[in-house]
Design a protein around this ligand. Structure first.
Ligand code: 1CP
Length: 334
């Protein structure tokens, strides 16, 4: 429960840690299951999603579990057809490319598109001694996938749409905000203990664009969630160190930051009393132990006395040796 105490800014007996994307391809047990099932089969079969959620919990001393799912299945609520192509990543076969498409959007019931994750939460919850995190993609990051039709380096199509069709952009963001809010509340209602919003690609925006095209929707999302649950909300973003002052105004319960800023600088900018999560470079988990320990100690030295959760600055890499994860998590349990 140290994780939830830290999220409330209360003193803890150890520094709680979990690792972003802690279930996944770096684990042999995950690869063994993936050899038999596609990613979407794992996500859409509650028993399998439950099993994968537990894999890192059983293997390592972690202070929180995160439900095994993905940020993208919710896009099927907009009738987008999602596939994960091996070696290529996610593909949405009918991306949104015009304002008319946004105007014409009809929604599928959420139970149909994410009901399996709610079932997985119900299955895994009684198996856990540590808190369970529920999550969703943030509206901007989801809009990127909906408009691009898949991964993108520069988010050219999404940003061009945002600049040239601002009305349709805001309408799309409103729709994504509404379904994301309902999804997170549904997860809270079936038992997750905290909610994390992943804004993985928002750092592609300038501070001005973040303020104009994204901030109002995120602010509404977080304020709206707060009227419907008391469970803490963590906002994660990367590449946003040029406008942490704006992010501080989102009024989330905690912020998760990447490694491109020192923890102490980020903590100052986000608010000295605001719980903070981060911020080891995921690549440091590929380093020999003395270097990994040095980087970890540096973060711990900068960490506030209360209200700190150790994590990576972004998702764990699939090349990460499991032994390094064990060494790191054991270090925190010492
Ligand atoms: O088996 C596989 O193909 C492995 C790859 C994989 C996994 C393990 C994908 C494809 N999704 C997931 C599960 C997942 N995704 C989890 C649960 C696992 C855990 O945390 O223990 C979570 C929290 C996510 C979140 C997610 N999916 C994000 C946000 C976090 C981040 O890392 O930035 C994003 C951007 C995605 C999209 C996605 N899903 C999968 C891939 C390869 C991608 C990214 C593609 C891209 O670069 O655009």
């Amino acid at each position: 429960m140290e994780f939830l105490k830290a999220l409330r800014g209360e003193p803890t007996s150890k520094t709680p840690l979990w690792l972003m994307r802690q279930a996944g391809r770096y684990m042999a047990s995950y690869r063994a299951l993936r050899a038999k099932h596609s990613l979407l089969e794992l996500v859409k079969t509650p028993e399998l999603a439950c099993e994968v959620t537990l894999q890192p919990i059983h293997a390592f001393q972690l202070d929180a579990a995160i439900i095994f799912s993905d940020i993208l299945p919710i896009l099927e609520t907009l009738w987008l057809k999602l596939e994960f192509v091996n070696g290529e990543g996610p593909v949405l076969h009918n991306p949104i490319r015009s304002a008319a498409q946004v105007q014409a959007l009809a929604l599928r019931p959420l139970e149909e598109t994410i009901g399996f994750t709610l079932e997985a939460i119900k299955l895994v919850k009684p198996e856990l001694k540590v808190p369970l995190i529920g999550f969703a993609g943030a509206p901007f990051t989801l809009a990127c996938y909906a408009l691009e039709g898949g991964s993108s380096k520069d988010h050219r199509l999404a940003k061009t749409f945002m600049y040239s069709e601002p009305e349709a952009w805001h309408r799309l963001m409103e729709i994504l905000t509404a379904i994301t809010s309902d999804y997170l509340i549904a997860q809270a209602d079936v038992g997750v203990d905290a909610l994390q919003i992943f804004d993985s690609w928002v750092g592609a925006l300038s501070p001005q664009d973040y303020h104009r095209y994204v901030f109002p929707h995120l602010h509404k999302l977080i304020a709206g969630i707060r009227t419907r649950t008391s469970k803490p909300v963590i906002y994660f973003s990367t590449g946003t160190t040029g406008y942490l002052n704006l992010i501080a105004e989102l009024n989330a319960d905690a912020y998760s930051i990447d490694w491109r800023v020192s923890l102490s600088t980020a903590h100052k900018q986000l608010g000295e009393h605001k719980p903070i999560q981060g911020n080891l470079d995921p690549l440091a988990l590929l380093a020999p132990w003395p270097e990994l320990k040095r980087q970890t100690d540096l973060i711990l030295k900068q960490a506030p006395k209360t209200g700190f959760i150790f994590n990576l600055g972004h998702g764990i890499l699939q090349q990460t040796p499991e032994d390094n994860v064990r060494r790191l998590t054991d270090y925190f349990a010492e």
